[in-house]
Structures are given as structure tokens and as C-alpha cells.
Design a protein. Structure first.
Length: 699
């Protein structure tokens, strides 16, 4: 997908726009420029679009690591925060680790300097340079047809490795892992001739059942492995190495550990390659490992796998980043079509194990909380607490089919199968296709807020204050009140990035001034993402996704207005700061005892706005005498997935950390913390309360 380059309006420079992923990044120049399209040839790394500009300097409005390579690909300079370096005359590729992957080609000497809040490249005299950028947008390159036979599904899964852009340890970077081919069910196995799986010499032998294949799919993808039936689950290589996948913790846990260990040690080994960075995790584990990473980097994948798996998992366990997502799957053939999208997230896959849920979404104390409260619920019914009736597919059935996936240590959870999940994202097939079909836009981020009950004005006022308060992004905010069914239908069918609904819903529709609007009656939906902050909004959210939306946040039952306001405010602020839907809700749930009534339907990895920094993060701050203990928890996104590196802009840090999870704990003085909090607005947990860095009282 091509990117576009436009002159900036606020001051001289060029803005790089990814029209599909709704991402923007600005490079400021010494004088006004007119970007001229040029060939993408000549860039060492792949770029989708490139322009030439004439300038004596480039200023990036954020702090980013800068890598300078010569024509042979050798790194001649690496500049981080509070550093500067002069590069002599020559021809260079300048790698900028910005949110849209950007490269500069320069045929001159220059100086790079990075201070507290920006990055600067000075060329001296006006010079013609080329700027290239690569979209992170990925889509399946082909479609594989498979039958329901587990052996055929194995053959389909082994095509996933064809999407890898390298089999070197750098494939642990998310930008070098492409989207696996799509899958569809048919009468026979059909693998297009255009699909070429890399010959990595790694093989997976699995029991011929769908559950075993689904669980191993991310591992097969990451290794570019062949997959076939065998008497016992194991990983083998052409060199004769064997590794059992049926360890003492069981097959699924062993596969999970194997994937995490291989991925983690690739992240460490890759520091000997293109980006020779100071990685915290390498410093933490290297003293305990008998591994020569410099030698391993140049060895074949089969030898790397054997060396990695010779290390006891317990040695690296505490340093493996917290996994972004665990997807719990009902292992039936109908769910195979969604497997490529799950694997694209490098999610851990587990088959669903019933937990004995009683068939209700109501947590302990739910009824008591509603009964004792003087607050009103957001139910459309008056005088009674209406309950959702009917499953997601049949309004005449006796009640919802709730499923509760087993607790997991991943940051986020998802459910792939029939039923209504508790505490996990409900994956919907249409959501992924809708995202692939997402139309390009280079305009403003469009947000529509609808308030259909005057008693809920507090949340609408918060939305007015939160959305669009960022100077680095263009927003178009529209607020509507007390809409009729026709007016609400117009809002829902008009293109928009986000729809925030404040009002009432029931299973059969949105409550409007003149009746009820059922989303199922709409021909198509124009909104991409949504928050339906009303009681019992699950069914309407599901229908929005089926009609064209990508993902949204909904409720499973009644919610009290006060708790809904707190969650609505938290979600709005988190989305506005660049958190994906699923991560935003994971954090916001803690703001109310009824937070468990909220889940995501559709694709929970989508973001409404881009993050100011590299990856969204949550701070936890504890005061100890005259110092502050700061823990930083980072969250992966679709653009900055597992394998992304993150450097906290703290003066005494200097190291990179792997996203996601807790990336470090730091001790800061009041002055150091105050300067750190000014860099961007981020959520802060302090005394169990969610606050925001720009308004935090340190006393």
C-alpha cells in the first residue's frame, strides 16, 4: 500500500501519511519544501513510496534512535537520546525508528543530535535528499483452500511461513513478519502455486486432530516449519535434532513455552545483526547462558533452534516479555478460516477448557451492587432490570450461551468460537475482512458522539474535552443529542473512525426519540470502531461488526450510570492516547466493579489514533520518602507488535526493552519525574487510581 507525502501546514516540512492505518508522521525542514516523487530503488530496506526534498536540516518532533549505514550496509553511527555524532562525507542510509518506518538517503556528510524531546539531522548547506517510507499494513497474499480433515489443515498451516520476510533472527521484528495466507474451507486441498514456503529444515510432527494443529499454528508460522502427522508431538530438524512437545506441563503449555523461548532468544541474538543495540534482556540473561550470540547469528536456523532449546526454560522465563494475546479456540473446522489472523498477532493459541461457568455473565455481588446503589442503570426498561434474552443467533432461545476462557498470563484475551465470552474479546469473522477492506483516507480522524439521554450529559461533556485535544493530529468531532431512528441510522452508515454512543440499548436495538433502531436493518455500517456505553449492547455491537465495522466495546448486561461514566472516560482517554481497543478496555475495566460487563467484539487490536511515542504505556508510581519508584508497562499494537523495542526517555536509562509488559522499574527524583511526565500524556496508576501524567499531583 502506497503512502503519501504532503507539505506540512503549521511550519516547513513534509508529512508522511499512511491512509490505511490512519498513521501520520512529520519531518520538519529548514525551509518550505515541495516533495517530488522518486523511485524507491536505492534504499537498502524495502519502502513503499519515496520523495526527494531539498533542505539543510531535518527535525523530528519526537526522540527516536537513528542508525546510519554506508553503502555496504555497515553501521557507521548509532545515535540515541542525549547523544550527537558527526558523519563524514559519503553516501548513507539513515534509518529513523519512527511510527511509520522511514529512511533517508543522503549523499553528503551530516550531524545527528538527539535531545530531550526531538531528533535533528543537520546537512549544513541545502542538500537534495530522498525520504522513503514503508506502510505496516499487511494483508494475505493468497488464499489456501482446505478440507476439514486435520491432515489437510496441517498442509494449509505449513503455508503460513511463506509470509516471513526473512528467516534470520530479525524475523522477531514485527515488520519482518508478513500476514499468513488466508484460509477457506472447501471440498479439496488447494495451495496456490504462488505460495513458496521457506525451506528452513524445521519440521513439526503433530497428532492428527484440529486442536493440536490450531495450537501449533503460531509456532509453525514463526519457524517456517513443515507440518505433518506423527505418533507424538515433536519438533525436529534436518540436522537430527529432536524436541518433544509433550512435556510435563502438557502439549499446549509446551508449545507455548517453545514459541516464547525461540522468539525471545532470537530477540537477543538479533542484537548482533542490523541493530546492535544495548538490550536490557540480553544483559539480564547472558551471564546465565552458555551461548555465543555473535556466532549464533550467522548459523543456520536449524542450529539456532537446537542451541536455544538446549537452554532450560526456567533460565529465561522471567525475562520473556508478557505476551500480548492469548486466543482461546473452540477446535472445530469452521474456526480454521480465522486462524491466519490469530497467527498474524503471534498469539498463543489454546483450546477451550470449560471452567464450569454457571451460564451467567454476572460476577459475584453483581445483583447486590445494583440493588444497593441509588444510581440508575442504562437499561432502556424502566422500573425493572431487564435481562438479555436469547443467544447471539436465536431470539427465541432460552438464554445466552456464556463461555469463560481460563485465566492466562497474557495481557489480553480473545475467544474464537460460538457463545458470548466473559472477560475476553469475541472474535468475529467479518471484522477481519472489514479491516482488510478498510478504505483509505488522508483526512481528519472522524469521531461521532451520540447522547440519547439527557441524564448522561456528564459523559458527553468528558468526550467533548478528551477527543481531539492532541495538536499533532487533525480531528473532526461531531456531537449529536436525542436522535431519531432515521438520524441515528445516518450517523451509523456515514464513514467515521469512531462512534461513541451514550444512551440505552436492548437486544433488539438502540433506543431513540421515536422508537428503536436495530443495526441489523442497516444495509451497511460506515463506522470503523465504537463504544456502545449502554446496558445490554452486545447484540447491537455484534450486528455493527457484521454490517461493516471492525471492532468495538460493548456490555453484556446492565451497568450503573456512574460506573459507565468512569469507564467511558477512561476508554476515551486511552483510545485518544493510541491504545488499541482491547488494551484500553483491559485497563479501563478496573475503574468499576461492573467493569467485567464490558468486552470487545470484532478485531480488538485496532487503534483509533496513533500513539505519541513508540508504544502506548501505563505507569505505576509509588512514592518512597523523597524518591519515586516508577514501573512502566508497555502495550503492543498491530503496528508495534511483539518484538518491538522500547526505550524509556529517562536520563538514567540508556537501554532498550522488549515490548510488551513491564519494561523496567526506575528510581527518580521529583525533578526527574516531573520532566519525564511532561513528555506526553500517559495513564498512571497511583494508589490504585487511574490518573494522567499531565495533571498528576506528585505530593
Amino acid at each position: 500500500m502506497s503512502l503519501t507525502f504532503e507539505p506540512t501546514a503549521d511550519k516547513p516540512g513534509v508529512e508522511i501519511i499512511d491512509p490505511v492505518e490512519r498513521q501520520r508522521y512529520r519531518l520538519y525542514t529548514s525551509a518550505p519544501v515541495s516533495p517530488t516523487p522518486v523511485s524507491t530503488d536505492g534504499f537498502r530496506f524495502p519502502v513503499g513510496s519515496a520523495v526527494s526534498v531539498r533542505t539543510s536540516s531535518i527535525v523530528l518532533p519526537t526522540v527516536v534512535p537513528v542508525y546510519v549505514r554506508d553503502t555496504a550496509g555497515q553501521t557507521v553511527a548509532e545515535v540515541k537520546q542525549f547523544e550527537a555524532e558527526a558523519v563524514p562525507e559519503g553516501t548513507y542510509s539513515i534509518d529513523l525508528c519512527t511510527r511509520i518506518k522511514t529512511y533517508v538517503r543522503a549523499d553528503t556528510g551530516f550531524e545527528v543530535s538527539v535531545d530531550m524531546d526531538q531528533t535533528r539531522i543537520d546537512f549544513g548547506d541545502p542538500t537534495e535528499i530522498r525520504v522513503g517510507a514503508r506502510s505496516r499494513h499487511e494483508r494475505p497474499a493468497a488464499t489456501v483452500t482446505t478440507t476439514e480433515d486435520p491432515v489437510d489443515v496441517m498442509a494449509a498451516v505449513e503455508t503460513f511461513g511463506s509470509a516471513l520476510k526473512t528467516t534470520d533472527p530479525e524475523r522477531s521484528y514485527p515488520t519482518l513478519r508478513g500476514h499468513p495466507p488466508a484460509l477457506e474451507l472447501g471440498d479439496s486441498l488447494d495451495v496456490p502455486s504462488s505460495i513458496e514456503r521457506p525451506d528452513t529444515g524445521v519440521h513439526l510432527e503433530l497428532p492428527p486432530d484440529l486442536g493440536s494443529v490450531f495450537v501449533a499454528a503460531p509456532l509453525a508460522y514463526y519457524l517456517g516449519a513443515s507440518v505433518g502427522p506423527g505418533p507424538a508431538p515433536r519438533l525436529t530438524t534436518d540436522d537430527g535434532f529432536e524436541h518433544s512437545l509433550s512435556g510435563p506441563r502438557g502439549y499446549e503449555r509446551t508449545v507455548e513455552r517453545t514459541l516464547k523461548q525461540l522468539f525471545f532468544l532470537d530477540c537477543v541474538t538479533r542484537t548482533e545483526g542490523l541493530y546492535q543495540i544495548d538490550l536490557h534482556e540480553r544483559n539480564a540473561v547472558e551471564p546465565y547462558l552458555d551461548l555465543d550470540f555473535a556466532a549464533l547469528y550467522d548459523r543456520p536456523l536449524t542450529e539456532q533452534v537446537a542451541a536455544y532449546l538446549d537452554v532450560p526454560y526456567e533460565v529465561v522465563e522471567d525475562h520473556v516479555p508478557e505476551w500480548r494475546l492469548t486466543t482461546h479456540v473452540d477446535p472445530v473446522a469452521a474456526n480454521a478460516a480465522q486462524l491466519p489472523f490469530v497467527v498474524d498477532d503471534l498469539a498463543v493459541v489454546r483450546t477451550h477448557q470449560p471452567t464450569g461457568n454457571s451460564g451467567t455473565s454476572e460476577p459475584a455481588g453483581y445483583e447486590e451492587t445494583l440493588t444497593r446503589s441509588d444510581d440508575f442503570t442504562r437499561s432502556a426498561s424502566t422500573g425493572t432490570m431487564a435481562r438479555s434474552t436469547g443467544t447471539e443467533d436465536d431470539s427465541d432461545s432460552p438464554g445466552p450461551n456464556y463461555v469463560e476462557p481460563q485465566a492466562d498470563d497474557a495481557l489480553e484475551q480473545a475467544w474464537l468460537g460460538d457463545g458470548v465470552p466473559i472477560g475476553a474479546t469475541k472474535l468475529v469473522p467479518e471484522a477481519f475482512q472489514n479491516r482488510l477492506d478498510r478504505e483509505t483516507t488522508e483526512g481528519d480522524i472522524t469521531i461521532r458522539v451520540v447522547q440519547n439521554d439527557a441524564r448522561m450529559a456528564a459523559e458527553r461533556q468528558i468526550a467533548d474535552e478528551v477527543y481531539g485535544n492532541r495538536s499533532d493530529l487533525p480531528f473532526e468531532i461531531t456531537v449529536h443529542e436525542n436522535l431519531t431512528t432515521d438520524e441515528l441510522a445516518t450517523v451509523l452508515t456515514t464513514d467515521a473512525d469512531f462512534f461513541h454512543y451514550i444512551g440505552h440499548t436492548e437486544r433488539d436495538g438502540f433506543t431513540c426519540e421515536d422508537g428503536t433502531l436495530d443495526a441489523a436493518t442497516l444495509d451497511d455500517v460506515g463506522v470503523d470502531t465504537f463504544l456502545l456505553n449502554a446496558c445490554n449492547s452486545y447484540q447491537q455491537g455484534l450486528k455493527l461488526v457484521e454490517k461493516g465495522a471492525i471492532g468495538g466495546i460493548v456490555t453484556l448486561n446492565e451497568v450503573l450510570n456512574d460506573g459507565a461514566v468512569r469507564i467511558g472516560e477512561s476508554v476515551a482517554r486511552l483510545l485518544n492516547s493510541g491504545f488499541p481497543l482491547r488494551a484500553a478496555l483491559t485497563i479501563a475495566r478496573e475503574e468499576s466493579i461492573l467493569g467485567g460487563q464490558y468486552i470487545v467484539v470484532g478485531d480488538g487490536g485496532i487503534t483509533v489514533t496513533q500513539c505519541v511515542g513508540g508504544s502506548p504505556n501505563l505507569l505505576r508510581i509509588d512514592k518512597e520518602q523523597d524518591e519515586f519508584k516508577v514501573a512502566i508497562r508497555s502495550y503492543a499494537t498491530d503496528e508495534k507488535g511483539m518484538g518491538t523495542i522500547f526505550m524509556p526517555f529517562i536520563s538514567n536509562s540508556g537501554q532498550f526493552y522488549l515490548v510488551s509488559g513491564e519494561v523496567g522499574r526506575f528510581t527518580l527524583t521529583r525533578g526527574e519525574l516531573s520532566e519525564f511526565l511532561k513528555l506526553e500524556e500517559v495513564p498512571v496508576r497511583r494508589d490504585s487510581m487511574l490518573q494522567w501524567s499531565t495533571s498528576l499531583d506528585l505530593d
